[in-house]
Design a binder for this molecule. Structure first.
Ligand SMILES: Cc1cc2nc3c(=O)[nH]c(=O)nc-3n(C[C@H](O)[C@H](O)[C@H](O)COP(=O)(O)OP(=O)(O)OC[C@H]3O[C@@H](n4cnc5c(N)ncnc54)[C@H](O)[C@@H]3O)c2cc1C
Ligand code: FES
Length: 264
């Protein structure tokens, strides 16, 4: 698959929560695809970036998990099995795995790329812990799927309806297990605070950033970040901790479709 969308039939839909659905497609794996990469999804009127949340080589399938937030995502949620979507990609730099002991820290829909990463890490024989965070119990994502895959789950909710009551970085600072690396995805203020805890512990970490994307192939400049000028769609969306030190806007602001700054 290249830079032109391929029209694919929705093969299956998994209801993950009240607001999140996973859409499954047949995928021929002609081009390599790694956890942390994303595809552009086109509903024949608009196009948006979505992380790949499932990579199943055995069944030749991929999945994307979409949280209903606005016009585009609501329209996609209206679709059923057998309906069509355009998909182009995969794009961007995904996660790298190293060592034996991995911790995943995911907030809300940020768990999507981490779910695909967990599957790969388990398949490689790594010990995987996941700190799954959400506002409330019903919004905790992929806990059953990951538990079945052999991941140790720690949950944390803002309202205390499941697991630790509080934020992911507060839960993380209570955990004194040593990890060879961490992979983090979620709201940027969450990642900012989680990064501080991981930095303090000296745990190498990778973070998946979200920026407004239009072309997804590094041409339009829409997703460039201040400090380095890196294009999140091409040099990212996954960055190492030491790389983020140069991204002056990390944890402070992002830009909307018109390029205006929006504080987190
Ligand atoms: C690399 C990457 C991976 C993503 N993976 C997922 C995923 O797996 N699941 C998921 O539900 N969401 C994912 N998103 C976010 C998703 O693309 C947007 O939230 C979604 O397009 C919002 O669409 P909407 O029209 O329904 O909502 P709107 O109400 O139009 O937008 C809500 C917010 O979404 C963001 N957004 C809107 N359009 C874009 C765009 N073209 N690029 C980036 N952000 C945008 C803006 O911050 C906006 O304020 C990802 C974004 C990026 C950049
Ligand atoms: S979205 Fe166009 S350069 Fe990244």
């Amino acid at each position: 698959m290249g830079n032109v969308p391929e029209v694919l039939e929705i093969k299956g839909i998994v209801e993950e929560s009240e607001t999140v659905r996973t859409f499954i497609f047949d995928w021929d794996f002609r081009s390599e695809i790694v956890p942390g990469q994303f595809v552009m999804v086109w509903n024949f009127s608009d196009e948006k970036p979505m992380s790949v949340s499932l990579i199943d080589h055995k069944r030749s399938e991929i999945g994307i998990s979409i949280r209903r937030v606005g016009e585009f995502t609501s329209a996609v949620h209206e679709l059923g099995e057998g309906d069509l979507l355009g998909v182009r990609g995969p794009y961007g730099r995904g996660f790298e795995l190293m060592g034996r002991n991995l911790i995943l820290v995911g907030g809300g829909i940020g768990m999507a790329p981490l779910a695909a990463l967990a599957d790969e890490a388990v398949a490689r024989g790594m010990n995987v812990d996941a700190l799954v965070a959400a506002r409330t119990a019903d919004e905790l994502l992929f806990t059953e799927r990951l538990e079945n895959a052999g991941v140790n789950i720690h949950t944390c909710t803002d309202d205390g309806t499941c697991g630790f009551q509080g934020f992911a970085h507060e839960r993380l600072s209570e955990m004194d297990v040593k990890y060879d690396m961490a992979a983090v995805c979620g709201p940027e203020p969450m990642m900012f605070h989680v990064k501080a805890v991981l930095d303090e512990r000296g745990i190498p970490a990778q973070f998946s950033l979200e920026r407004y994307m239009k072309c997804a192939v590094g041409i339009c400049g829409q997703c460039c970040v201040d400090g380095t000028g890196w294009r999140v769609c091409a040099e990212g969306p996954v960055f190492w901790d030491h790389e983020l030190r140069g991204v002056s806007e990390f944890g402070r602001y992002r830009r909307d479709a018109a390029g205006r700054r929006i504080s987190w």
